[in-house]
Design a binder for this molecule. Structure first.
Ligand code: SAM
Length: 281
């Protein structure tokens, strides 16, 4: 494939040639701006990278990922696109994995034992399940770079004390450094979606935590359960008979704060006081 796919003209030519239409039910919005696609690929990989893409579509991003990385594996659910992709990328080192990524057994993929980067213009209807499948997998992920709806990106990158700061932001930042790579206007897609998008990246970080993760995440979710309520009120409901004021005092947290005023380290301290500090029992 010689021509750059991510242009309005080439996209139309490919869709016409193979008698294709973007399928709404698979969240198909094809990228038609080569500069944006190039930036996404460059922020994700280099010549040593094994890249995994979810949803190559007609290959707009795949083409640049192939240019910048060592090898690309691409999961595509739409049966109509499998032969088209094979035809478009006859010469590139790309392996198309047909089927639903959400049903794929990630311990049994050709890349399961390799260090990988995940890069995708995600189908918006499954953004969160795809991300959590990756977060909860045993894959050796070096970095995840994904295009998502702007409002979803805002929730992931939200800073403490902002309206978007939530249990999701805190729990994800526990294991990943999360960055906004760029905002992307809806005009660079065909068909054009109703909302703007953004590219965000997740880089795994060292986790210095010896407690029970499930319990820790439950505590964070319970703290944010009713945003308007104070942390104490939310914890009263969660911890039932415990003396929440004494616990907060011990964790050096003011009694009248709301969860959105607490940083990840505050939640870690709170966890330790509630579950590991024997002096209050
Ligand atoms: N990467 C292309 C681009 O940027 O132009 C297409 C992106 S489009 C937003 C999403 C792609 O994901 C489509 O090709 C769609 O068929 C595919 N897709 C949707 N659901 C999927 C799933 N569960 N597993 C794998 N691919 C899926």
């Amino acid at each position: 494939m010689q021509d750059i796919i991510a242009t309005p003209k080439v996209t139309k030519t490919i869709l016409d040639k193979y008698d294709l239409k973007a399928t709404k039910r698979f969240g198909q919005n094809f990228l038609i701006d080569a500069n944006i696609v190039k930036k996404i690929a460059m922020s994700a990989c280099d010549e040593k990278t094994i890249t995994v893409e979810i949803g190559p579509g007609i290959g707009a991003l795949t083409q640049f990922l192939a240019m910048y990385s060592k090898r690309v594996y691409a999961h595509e659910i739409d049966k109509k696109l499998i032969d088209v992709l094979a035809d478009i990328f006859k010469e590139e080192d790309i392996e198309i994995i047909p089927g639903d990524f959400l049903k794929a057994d990630l311990s049994d993929m050709p890349y399961s034992d390799k260090e990988i980067v995940v890069c995708s213009n995600l189908p918006y209807y499954i953004t969160t399940p795809v991300l959590f499948k990756l977060f909860e997998s045993d894959l050796k992920i070096k970095k995840i770079v994904v295009m998502v709806q702007k409002e979803v990106a805002d929730r992931f990158v939200a800073k403490i004390n902002s309206p978007d700061y939530s249990a999701l932001s805190v729990i994800t930042s526990f294991k990943y450094d999360i960055k906004l790579v760029m905002n992307v206007p809806k005009t660079v897609f065909d068909p054009r979606p109703n909302v703007d998008s953004a590219v965000i990246s997740f880089t795994p970080k060292e986790v210095d935590f010896k407690g029970d993760e499930t319990l820790f995440f439950e505590l964070i979710k319970a703290s944010f359960k009713q945003r308007r309520k104070t942390l104490k009120n939310n914890l009263d409901a969660y911890l039932k008979d415990q003396d929440v004021l004494a616990l907060l005092d011990k964790a050096d947290i003011k009694p009248n704060v709301r969860a959105q005023e607490l940083a990840l380290d505050d939640f870690k301290r709170l966890y330790e006081v509630i579950y590991e500090d024997q002096s209050l029992r």
